[in-house]
Design a protein around this ligand. Structure first.
Ligand code: SF4
Length: 940
């Protein structure tokens, strides 16, 4: 094999990879005709020739690079390996990347568009055509638009594959219909970050950190798993210390210098105690705090009679957090007091090289979980490590979303199914409440798309989703766009097969490290056929069967909704190169690469390529820092041209233009600052006060709904953590990857030995876990890797299907009986576990795993946090030995009780329907798709 010269490995960000990293990777010059021996022919030396085509993994949000090896003899993909030219993943992947080949070759996959032939959920399907699908949806959506029912069209996304594409489509249609999975995922952590700095995610520079604090398991299953894991290890190899706050001994915690098994929900108390130590011991970054924290606003609002000085602010800050002693934090969390003190000091000494990250974990589990990310960011602020080398940046400083041509304006409709008046501060859609809102007749759906989204399985209270999806008054037409069968697709009118990572176009950028990059996902067989001189009009012509891609689907659908352009939609789908003609997918990306990616034009010209050809060749591009800087962007001084027409508010230093803040004066100079109302880091949030939550204006600690005081193991009560991920599976869309199921095929309940003895179970025994609305039956796994009083059960597993030969893949699912017994009471029981089956893949006859795990989310009611709107996943449960009638994986649930719990949590909100300014929501807060500002007011 040829080695790539070292200089090619130096990324613009300065990150270096060694020759050893890439020793076995073919150099790009040979990607058109790469020769290697056929491993199956060994010991004979049989040459195989490949075309190597880069694409992007679709198996988690990290968007790592893959190289698809297309066999020139068969024209099929042989395998996937890492793409060393991808700045985030640098040639490395986790198990899920190469397992893409399982998904391509899955004998269970859906190859053609399907239409239901019986009642919804009855399981009768017939093959249909893309033409029929497009006509059906185009006429339904057109009618909704023409009749001004623009809140009846909804696109509900589970795994977004690209940045901005769908927002453009929905904007062109003029509907407020973007719904997401985010409030079962990350909206709480996002809120905590957003309220501080206006960006809603962290981007740590782990590789250059001196101290790393993770709340959850980022080496193995966390956000941006593989790219961040690489940098955490690099940081450790350079001497950084790693602390992991997680009640469960994850693989990450086992690699850490400190495992901090906090009582779930107590994390903010620990972080605030650390903040207090940093303040009291003067380890904070005085100048950074003085310049960039909105301490003036805090003093003016909360202490108007005190001296308005930074020194007095610090004194008042220490007073404010007086109760957060290390002793208090130890009592709340169960951690040793001296460990809390030790870590606080190490964070203080790490200074600007303190990297920290939280995403789902504690923020997603607990009432008030957003205070966990807010308290964690507080530590970054105190140390002045925001956007520094070795620190943690707002994600928007590292993520790059290039603009497309002709972007539609905001829509003229506000959809209260997405942003209802009860949750004015929710920064993502109130997705989990859709079944209750439709039941309460707050609206209906005329056309509903679920896109790589499986709410029946994934969301809490999935049986309420079944009740919604089978009600044709509530949901008139439903298409499941999905690369794989899912429990939700079963209840669709149309099941539309969409491509896996090597069968579609997308443009990806993620905040994986201190750099900005874009990655280009490509349908590799289409690219291969085009390189062989074959014309391909639509991607489904090159993919297996008639598997399509969303990008082309939406162009075709939009064209049919507005064929003559009279609705003003068609113009967004006309070619920027051939006026009046239909846009091709190649032209869409070609325009972006030619116009919107700094430095790409020059890099491509350096190789005598067009920007599109460059992206097709390498599959990724890192934007040079001189074109788009990444560190300390708040410090950027505004240029004279940017200050034209502005005025300075003398009191606050804000630089205003036409009522909008565009910068801030700091020490007499005009700076860009942060995208917050004050343009500073908002330790003090006037937004929370103005919107009805004055007790939370500063970072604080909200006792969780599963606080220690509420749980008594002696009465059989435990705290259930149901959120942890397995490193080898990805939610519900890896059921089509046989290698991954071979590795992970059970999700027993983790129980500490002390609790196991009290309950009277050993590893392998059946347990009944009872929630507020039902129960499930699973096996116990007795382990010291969980703190006493807490039990844990991973998600991903416990897939089901309702028919012997169709539905969720047989690699992953058990055949079950699922039915409503009396009004609202549902039971699920395994009829048959996983077992070998005959197919074109001989491995299907070799399946050795039998049970496939237990489903648990059906038994959880919704717990929407009254501020962030996030579902608070942790559950107070009772755990006991299974009853005589119980069988492995039994599920019982009562949706009437689920509705009562929903109403209880809804009553915790403080609706802001009578605000003097009539706003529905703070204008400065971000949301994925933003209607016109004029719609942000209640007009009734
Ligand atoms: S970390 Fe995510 S994107 Fe990267 S290879 Fe694994 S599954 Fe794919």
């Amino acid at each position: 094999m040829t080695e790539i010269p070292l200089q090619q490995h130096i990324a613009p960000s300065g990150e270096q990879m060694t020759v050893r990293d890439l020793a076995s990777c073919p150099p790009p010059e040979s990607w058109h005709d790469w020769v290697e021996y056929d491993a199956r022919a060994w010991p004979r030396k049989v040459e195989k020739r490949y075309e190597i085509i880069p694409t992007i993994c679709f198996n988690c949000e990290a968007a790592c690079g893959l190289l698809a090896y297309v066999d020139k003899e068969t024209g099929r993909v042989k395998k996937f390996e890492g793409n060393p030219y991808h700045p985030g993943s640098r040639g490395r992947n986790c198990a899920k990347g190469p397992a893409t080949i399982n998904q391509v070759n899955d004998p269970e996959r859906i190859l053609y568009p399907l239409k239901r032939a019986g009642k919804r959920g009855e399981g009768k399907w017939e093959r249909t055509t893309w033409d029929e699908v497009l006509e059906t949806f185009a006429s339904k959506i057109r009618a909704a638009i023409v009749e001004n029912r623009r809140d009846e069209v909804m696109y509900h996304v589970g795994r977004p594959g690209h940045d901005g594409y769908m927002e453009r489509v929905l904007g062109a249609w003029g509907v407020d219909g973007h719904n997401s999975h985010t409030n079962v995922c990350s909206s709480s952590a996002r809120f905590g970050y957003h309220i501080w700095c206006g960006a809603d995610r962290p981007s740590p520079d782990h590789a250059n950190a001196r101290f790393i604090l993770l709340i959850s398991s980022h080496l193995e299953t966390g956000h941006y798993f593989n790219p961040q894991a690489q940098r955490i290890i690099e940081g450790k190899m350079k001497g950084a210390k790693l602390a992991v706050m997680d009640p469960r001994l994850s693989n990450t915690a086992s690699m850490a210098d400190y495992w901090l098994p906090t009582w779930p929900g107590s994390e903010a108390a620990v972080l605030l105690a650390m903040a207090r130590i940093i303040l009291v011991e003067k380890l904070y970054n005085h100048e950074y705090m003085r310049r960039w924290v909105n301490w003036q606003s805090y003093l003016a609002a909360e202490h108007p009679n005190e001296p308005q000085t930074f020194e007095r602010f610090i004194e008042l800050l220490i007073d404010l957090y007086a109760e957060y002693t290390s002793a208090f934090a130890a009592q709340e969390s169960g951690l040793p007091e001296e460990t809390i003190v030790d870590i606080a000091r190490q964070i203080g000494h790490a200074g600007t090289a303190f990297a920290a990250h939280t995403w789902r974990a504690a923020s997603a589990g607990n009432l008030g979980g957003w205070q966990v990310s807010r308290a964690l960011w507080f530590l970054s602020v105190l140390t002045g490590s925001i956007g520094t080398p070795g620190g943690t940046a707002p994600n928007s400083w590292n993520k790059f979303v290039p603009a497309p041509f002709l972007k539609p304006g905001p829509s003229e409709v506000w959809n209260e199914l997405l942003f209802p008046p009860e949750y004015p501060l929710a920064n993502y859609e109130m997705s989990i409440l859709l079944p209750y809102f439709l039941r309460e007749r707050r609206g209906k759906l005329s056309a509903y798309f679920t896109r790589v989204y499986n709410p029946v399985w994934t969301n809490p209270d999935g049986t309420s989703w079944i009740e919604m999806l089978t009600n044709e008054q509530q949901v008139e037409l439903h298409a499941a766009l999905t690369p794989v069968w899912s429990e939700t697709a079963w209840y669709a009118d149309y099941v539309l097969p969409m491509g896996v990572g090597s069968e579609r176009h997308d443009l990806m950028s993620q905040e994986t490290h201190a750099a900005r990059w874009i990655g280009f996902r490509q349908p590799v067989l289409r690219v291969y056929q085009e390189r062989q001189g074959q014309a391909v009009q639509y991607t489904y012509q090159a993919n297996p069967g008639e598997v399509w891609e969303e990008d082309e689907f939406w162009i075709e659908l939009s064209w049919r909704i507005d064929p003559d352009g009279s609705l003003g939609i068609r113009k967004y789908f006309e070619s920027p190169y051939r006026p009046g003609e239909k846009l091709t997918i190649e032209e869409y990306y070609r325009w972006i690469f030619e116009h919107s990616v700094p430095g790409l034009l020059e890099a491509a010209a350096g190789e005598n390529l067009s920007p599109l050809e460059y992206m097709q060749k390498y599959g990724a591009f890192e934007i040079p820092q001189e074109k788009a800087p990444i560190f300390m962007l708040n410090e950027r001084e505004l240029k004279p041209a940017e200050l034209a027409g502005t005025r300075i508010d003398e009191q606050s230093g804000k630089i205003m233009r036409n009522g909008t803040t565009v910068g801030v004066m700091v020490d007499g100079k005009a700076h860009e600052g942060f995208p917050t109302p004050s343009r500073k880091l908002e330790f003090y949030s006037a937004t929370l006060k103005d919107w009805g939550w004055p007790e939370y204006t500063t970072p604080g600690y909200i006792p969780s709904h599963v606080h220690r005081s509420t749980i008594d193991p002696e009465r059989g009560e435990y705290l259930l953590i149901p959120t942890f991920r397995l490193p080898t599976l990805i939610h519900t869309r890896s059921g089509n990857a046989k290698w991954l199921y071979e590795i992970s095929n059970a999700n027993p309940v983790w129980v500490h030995p002390i609790d196991a003895e009290r309950i009277g179970v050993e590893t392998g025994d059946l347990l009944r876990v009872t929630t507020e609305i039902g129960y499930y039956v699973n096996r116990a796994w007795v382990t010291d890797g969980i703190r006493p009083g807490v039990v844990a059960c991973s998600h991903h597993l416990g897939r089901w299907r309702l028919d012997t030969s169709q539905g969720t893949d047989r690699w992953a699912s058990a055949l079950v009986e699922l039915g409503r017994q009396s009004d609202g009471v549902w039971r699920m029981r395994h009829l048959e576990g996983i077992h070998p089956f005959e197919s074109d893949d001989p491995d299907s006859a070799r399946i050795f795993w039998r049970e496939g795990g237990v489903h648990q989310n059906l038994t959880f009611p919704v717990h929407p946090d009254p501020i962030s709107g996030m579902h608070c996943w942790h559950q107070k449960v009772t755990v006991e030995v299974a009853h005589p009638e119980d069988r492995y994986s039994d599920v019982y649930v009562d949706t009437r009780k689920a509705y009562e719990v929903y109403q209880r949590w809804l009553a915790m909100t403080r609706p802001q329907t009578h605000r003097p300014d009539s706003l529905r929501r703070p204008l400065w807060m971000i949301r994925p798709y933003r209607p016109s500002p004029s719609l942000n007011a209640f007009h009734s």
